[in-house]
Design a protein around this ligand. Structure first.
Ligand code: ADP
Ligand code: GLC
Length: 485
């Protein structure tokens, strides 16, 4: 019999997405079904989600979930079961999943996502008739209170199920003042260093890490990095204390969404053996971004414009990039100052730098399909997906050697070039010097068409499917269920 797993995430493709978490939550059900695991996904009922649902059925209701009435709707996420928490007091708002239309975090985020986790713990415990689960898999701080509720305040008379917390990004921890503790509906025993207390406040991610049966993160290198203060961001002590429970499992990519041979967003589809067709996409992209038409290297960026992503350093390197014959097409949004910086660079280098501020899924595909190289100079990167899409699309990744970037790109150093296995360019810790050098190396390699083509083909042939990671999650689930007996 298939294992039944409840996957709890605050976003999931195609319903709602602000970043890689949505890609992963959306891909997990298919990835795991191959390995005898039936995943049901639980997401919050934001207006966009409810609008996209189509036919639904109410399967449960709460009079009060952290103070607000809520109901549970059942629908479909592709071919897989979906549950949606419809709690209008928390989720029926214009704006993003976590912030108001001006970009400011909702002040009651703690209550919104505690209610989401409370609901998930009830569901996992068996509150919903006819739905039984063997394990709960919670993602990031927004779902991190699920293991804490299961441990300290489980559904009365319910099943005792194990839980997994996946850290997609340690930089977001859901940290709140101590005053919210009494409102969470947890017993006093939960207020301890081994529970939800964190540096004198309430830490959602920390609570999840202390309470879950296993902690996973999205690459082996990041799983090692978060043991240090630099990457652990205050929670390295918890990682170390529970290190025999910490696993690094690399994200895969969903071939139904990301395959150049069948991508409906591209002007021309192509494959590793038909790379010439890619040129049409490059021409289309140049036109779309108002760039000069030429055969020199076209760099692309698809990213949140933040410090994590090294975008401030990229701004400093742009004059060098253009000076050595490069062009850049950038799609992203984030910090106002960085956005301004890119606008200014585009004005300074008309025809060489094109900038689109905003979020555009279709354009992000066209950029992978038409760009020559994708820049990902992150200061830290738990996994990173855009370099994986770049590899699959023959858009050579230029990345920093950290987290999942270190685990997925093979640097074109002399040994790798001689062995014929290189897939991209890596740089050491992000700095002006390192990025400028990486950009120069890229331009040099691009000038050697045979070597460049080899890089593209190696990347396109590499396996970034979910096969191995789906099996790793399934094995972990089975082990945890067995442990409970
Ligand atoms: P993170 O989740 O830290 O932002 P990832 O690389 O894991 O980084 O995932 C980012 C995801 O969001 C990718 O699917 C990427 O294509 C997408 N993305 C980022 N910025 C944009 C944007 N401005 N428009 C469209 N897609 C974007
Ligand atoms: C986070 C990380 C990113 C990772 C994604 C999906 O947003 O920043 O590196 O790829 O989650 O796991």
């Amino acid at each position: 019999m298939a294992l039944k797993v409840l996957s709890v995430a605050s976003e999931a493709v195609p319903l709602v997405k602000t970043g890689g978490l949505a890609d992963v939550a959306g891909a997990l059900p298919a990835a795991l079904s191959e390995h005898g695991v039936a995943v049901t996904t639980l997401v919050p009922g934001y207006p966009k989600v409810l609008a996209a649902l189509g036919r639904t059925k109410e399967v449960h209701a709460w009079d009060k979930l952290l103070g607000e009435p809520a109901r549970l709707l059942a629908g479909k996420l592709g071919d897989h079961p979906l549950l949606v928490l419809d709690a209008p007091g928390f989720f029926a708002r214009e704006g993003g999943p976590y912030s108001d239309p001006s970009g400011k975090d909702w002040p009651d985020n703690w209550r919104r996502f505690a209610s989401f986790a409370r609901a998930a713990a009830d569901i996992a415990g068996g509150a919903v008739k006819g739905r039984k689960f063997d394990l709960v898999h919670a993602h990031d701080w927004q779902a991190a209170m699920v293991p804490a509720y299961l441990r300290f305040a489980p559904f009365k008379g319910g099943r005792d199920v194990p839980s997994v917390i996946t850290i997609h990004n340690m930089a977001f921890q859901g940290y709140y003042e101590a005053a919210i503790f009494p409102k969470l509906g947890l017993p006093k025993a939960a207020w301890s260093v081994d529970g939800v207390e964190s540096y004198g406040g309430v830490g959602f991610l920390k609570a999840g890490m202390q309470s879950a049966d296993a902690i996973t993160t999205v690459s082996p290198t990041y799983a090692g990095e978060i043991r240090s203060a630099e990457f652990g961001m205050g929670l390295e002590g918890v990682v170390l204390a529970r290190s025999n429970r910490v696993h690094g499992i690399l994200n895969g990519i969903d071939p139904a969404e990301w395959s150049p041979a069948s991508d409906p967003h591209l002007a021309a589809t192509y494959s590793a053996s038909k790379l010439a067709a890619r040129k049409r996409n490059k021409r289309a992209l140049e036109q779309e971004f108002g760039l000069d038409r030429d055969d020199g290297p076209l760099f692309v960026v698809v990213s949140r414009l933040t410090w994590q992503k090294g975008m401030d350093v990229l701004l400093e390197v742009l004059d060098h990039l253009v000076g050595i014959g490069g062009r850049l097409a950038l799609l992203g949004s984030g910090d106002a100052e960085i956005e301004q910086g890119f606008h200014a660079a585009a004005a300074r280098h008309s025809g060489r730098i094109g900038v689109r501020i905003g979020y555009d899924e279709a354009l992000s595909h066209r950029m992978q399909g038409g760009g020559d190289a994708i820049l990902v100079p992150s200061r830290f990167e738990p996994c990173g997906l855009t370099q994986l899409y770049g590899l699959a699309y023959g858009c050579v990744p230029v990345v920093s050697r950290t987290g999942g970037l270190a685990d997925t790109v093979i640097d074109a150093n002399p040994a790798a070039l001689t062995a014929g296995v290189a897939t991209g360019i890596q740089m050491n810790a992000v700095s002006y010097q390192a990025l400028a050098m990486a950009v120069s190396r890229t331009v040099d390699l691009f000038g050697k068409p045979a070597e460049w083509k080899r890089l593209q083909k190696n990347g396109m042939k590499a396996d970034f499917s979910w096969d191995a990671s789906g099996a790793a999650y399934a094995a972990l689930y089975r082990q945890l269920i067995e442990e409970r007996g």
